[in-house]
Write a protein that binds this ligand. Structure first.
Ligand code: ZN
Length: 404
């Protein structure tokens, strides 16, 4: 590289640094993502028979029940706004499952991240694709106190191995057709570190489609300030051998691409030992390069990349971390009485076009309601925050109170 090129690179680095400054809210959430946690979900899922069978008698529903149980708890804790269960045909019984984090400013704009939870072989599929499913769960836990400005769909697809049946039905369903989906990321095979690669590598398969290539670049840009020690390659940057293997590879982003929605497949760098376990009973969890799901570090970094892209692109609303609420500019008049409160919280607010949230000091949202009288009998003694929000989400008022 000559001096002129070095100067150009420095100038470029300076400006790309300006484009994305680290957001502490996003950084905190991303730091919560743990590869070891993801491996516990992989361990759970590989014990389940996840082969999609077009036969109600033989299809095992354990994995969808497992996911729905976890998501129901998240919803009760306020970490997600709703759960959509998409049954799409009579033959396959496991549904597509969507955990929705609704956008607080632009609910109609949707970013979709997905992973298929079925497997090609019974009691296996650790890398393909319990790893992607585990990453989605872990991201959801990490961002449960964050409200994105745009809506995010965390989509658990079924029947991918049977020929993208779940994602095709979902992408082509009328209600999804009416959504403004900005981008789709399919996480499929992200926990294997190849023995041949010196470093961690993630490949973003943009399928040589212009819109998808732009998306791939956006993911790399948005994530590069949060995850610096991971090589991210676009398909076009790979060796011809890897390109040949991957360019016809399809995953759950493909049906969306077919509908002109930018989509990418996020996958680990390829190694011979991983390919030898691909779609066999050998795709199990383990450590060391010869096992299929062998790297909590890699899956953690890939999950962080995805979370960084989602939150940078969606943006985050007034933080739901109650201790950080700053309503100093607000002209919204809300009062409560009594304070301290023994059982009943009464809210005085002239507007009826308003709703209320209660937060623990940790920032965890405990309740959303439009009632102006709230019974707190069940709440343990301690400090809480009431947050009043007008329905246009332009006015906020946060009041600290003590429950006796
Ligand atoms: Zn797969």
């Amino acid at each position: 590289m000559n001096h002129f090129a070095v100067v150009l690179v420095l100038i470029f680095s300076f400006f790309s640094g300006l484009l994305y400054a680290q957001n502490p809210i996003i950084e905190n959430a991303i730091n919560d993502i743990s590869g070891n946690s993801i491996f516990t979900y992989i361990a759970d899922l590989q014990e389940m028979n996840r082969v999609s069978q077009p036969d109600a008698q033989t299809e095992d529903l354990s994995a969808s029940i497992y996911l729905l149980d976890k998501l129901a708890i998240m919803k009760n804790n306020g970490g997600i706004d709703s759960i959509m269960v998409h049954h799409y045909q009579d033959t396959f019984h496991n549904p597509n499952i969507v955990a929705v984090k609704e956008g607080c400013l632009h609910p109609d704009s949707v970013l979709l991240i997905g992973a298929h939870y079925d497997a090609a072989v019974a009691f296996a599929g650790a890398d393909d694709n319990a790893s992607g499913v585990g990453a989605l769960l872990e991201i959801l836990y990490a961002i449960e106190n964050i409200e994105p400005t745009k809506t995010i769909y965390f989509t658990f697809f079924t029947a991918e191995e049977a020929g993208l049946i779940g994602s095709t039905a979902f992408a082509n369903s009328p209600s999804v057709g009416n959504l403004d989906i900005e981008s789709v990321m399919s996480l499929d095979g992200i926990a294997h570190k190849a023995a041949v690669s010196d470093d961690f590598t993630v490949i973003i398969n943009d399928s040589n489609d212009a819109n998808s290539s732009n998306l791939a670049n956006s993911i790399r840009d948005a994530s590069s300030i949060y995850v610096t020690d991971l090589n991210q390659f676009l398909l076009s940057e790979l060796s011809s051998l890897e390109q040949a293997f991957l360019q016809d590879a399809v995953s759950d982003h493909t049906p969306f691409q077919n509908n002109s929605i930018p989509g990418v497949h996020i996958i680990e760098g390829l190694g011979a030992e991983q390919l030898s376990n691909y779609h066999t009973a050998g795709d199990t969890i383990g450590f060391g390069p010869n096992n299929s799901a062998n790297s909590p570090d890699l899956v953690e970094k890939i999950a962080k990349i995805c979370a960084a892209y989602l939150l940078e692109t969606a943006g985050v609303c007034n933080t739901t971390s109650a201790i950080d609420f700053d309503d100093s500019d607000s002209i919204f008049t809300v009062e409560i009485h009594p304070n301290p409160i023994s059982n009943e919280l009464n809210i005085i607010c002239e507007s009826n076009d308003v709703y209320f949230e209660i937060y623990a000091p940790s920032g965890k949202k405990l309740l959303t309601t439009s009632e102006k009288t709230i019974n707190l009998d069940e709440y343990p003694q301690g400090v809480y925050f009431l947050r009043a929000i007008n329905k246009a989400r332009t006015l906020y008022r946060t009041i600290k109170f003590f429950k006796t």
